[in-house]
Write a protein that binds this ligand. Structure first.
Ligand code: AMP
Length: 193
């Protein structure tokens, strides 16, 4: 079963690649950023709360994100696999997520089937900034980009070690053309599943 977390700094190409790979393996692409942005657009209670954090490039509080992801994973389309893009983003989210996934299993086999792999898309910093500035999203201005990269290094990068220690991490070079990255992801994933 394809159950993957795409990890990487903003601008690494997680969204583009997660969407392409989800199509290839016929599993839903679950992007917390996309879900949040549609909540902001609809002005839902979650969207109203999340907007102030997103506009600054800060992380939305863990509990809001955990509830949102749990709800999304309960959707029937997520039964046979998923690709998570942009979650987890903090060690707390990763720990709570592992607990949640495991809490649903009663036997060892089920524990096995509740496992997932993490793909770390690696791209150098200077390339990230150039890519983000050319994307033109509302939160892609110079000031916010600086903050989002800082937030990534402080709060999300520790997840690399977290998942490495749990032998769940594979690193893929994201500093190549879209097609080349998709191909190396496909080769990596075929070995994992
Ligand atoms: P993204 O599209 O993944 O770059 O996410 C856009 C923004 O949504 C981020 O800058 C955060 O403010 C928020 N966000 C997305 N995913 C998470 C998450 N897992 N935890 C906290 N905030 C998030």
């Amino acid at each position: 079963m394809v159950r993957l977390v795409f990890l990487g700094p903003p601008g690494a190409g997680k969204g583009t690649q997660a969407s392409l790979v989800a199509d290839l393996y016929q599993v839903p692409h679950i992007s917390t950023g996309d879900i949040l942005r549609s909540n902001v657009k609809e002005e839902s209670p979650l969207g109203i709360q999340a907007k102030e954090y997103m506009d600054k490039g800060d992380l939305v509080p863990d509990q809001l994100i955990l509830d949102m992801v749990q709800k999304r994973l309960e959707h029937p389309d997520a039964e046979n696999g998923w690709i998570l893009d942009g979650f987890p983003r903090t060690v707390t989210q990763a720990e709570e997520f592992a607990k949640k996934l495991l809490s649903g299993s009663s036997t060892e086999n089920e524990t096995e089937s509740n496992s997932f792999q993490v793909i770390n898309l690696e791209v150098p910093d200077d390339i990230l900034v150039t890519r983000l500035l050319s994307r033109g999203r509302q939160d892609d201005n110079q000031e916010t980009i600086k903050n989002r990269l800082q937030v990534y290094y402080q709060q999300t990068q520790p997840l690399i070690e977290f998942y490495q220690a749990r032998q769940q991490l594979v690193t893929v070079d994201g500093n190549q053309s879209v097609d080349v990255v998709t191909n190396s992801l496909k080769q990596t994933i075929d070995k994992l599943i």
